[in-house]
Design a protein around this ligand. Structure first.
Ligand code: IMP
Length: 177
């Protein structure tokens, strides 16, 4: 068990389980995009781990960059999202894959996808390391998901609790919720 800002977290998904799930997603992504040179856009901060793990498994030609949206504070999603920043690459005509650490309410990813659609990509897809299907009720499909989890607050592998826990291997879940 680990304690972050006074809250206890227990091991939930092992690094090995997460690895295997990311292997499976990488196989699907590679099959979908082949030689079309997709542009992967990781949503910072949390997606850095998934982005790195996914990309290193892909033998297809591709590019990767990162964007940022500040949208989350503490253990409850605020529901407010801000401006998408850091889009340097040409998006028009590209096959874009947005990379997320976790899709919870989907407010963040919806905002990112809407902002990117205005730039006329050839296609746009979402790949998320984790998805909370009991919470996510948007129409927007999450095209690639490594693992679905119940509605619990988790940290590790890029996911944080107020800045802490991103470095934990695998996924930990909060105790007592
Ligand atoms: P959404 O906008 O509600 O889908 O939340 C997406 C963002 O909230 C993610 O990119 C995370 O930064 C954060 N988030 C949502 N659920 C969790 C969680 O269980 N642990 C840590 N961060 C989370």
């Amino acid at each position: 068990m680990v304690t972050l800002h006074g809250k206890n977290f227990e091991p939930f998904i092992s690094p090995q389980q997460l690895d295997a799930a990311i292997d499976a997603v990488a196989t699907k992504v590679a099959a979908r995009y082949g030689d079309s040179v997709p542009l992967f856009l990781g949503v910072l901060n949390g997606s850095y781990f998934f982005a790195s793990e996914l990309i290193k498994r892909l033998a297809i030609p591709c590019e990767i960059s990162f964007v940022k949206v500040a949208s989350y504070h503490g253990t409850v999603s605020s529901g407010t999202v801000r401006e998408l920043i850091g889009v340097q690459e040409r998006i028009a005509g590209r096959h874009v894959v947005v990379l997320e650490d976790i899709v919870d309410t989907g407010n963040t990813i919806t905002h990112v996808v809407e902002a990117l659609r205005e730039k006329s990509p050839a296609s746009i897809a979402i790949a998320s390391m984790l998805l909370k299907p009991d919470v996510y009720k948007k129409d927007l499909p999450v095209d690639f998901v490594a693992m679905e989890i119940p509605n619990v607050f988790v940290v590790g592998s890029g996911l944080d609790h107020d800045g802490l826990g991103r470095n934990l291997p695998g996924i930990y879940r909060i105790n007592g919720h």
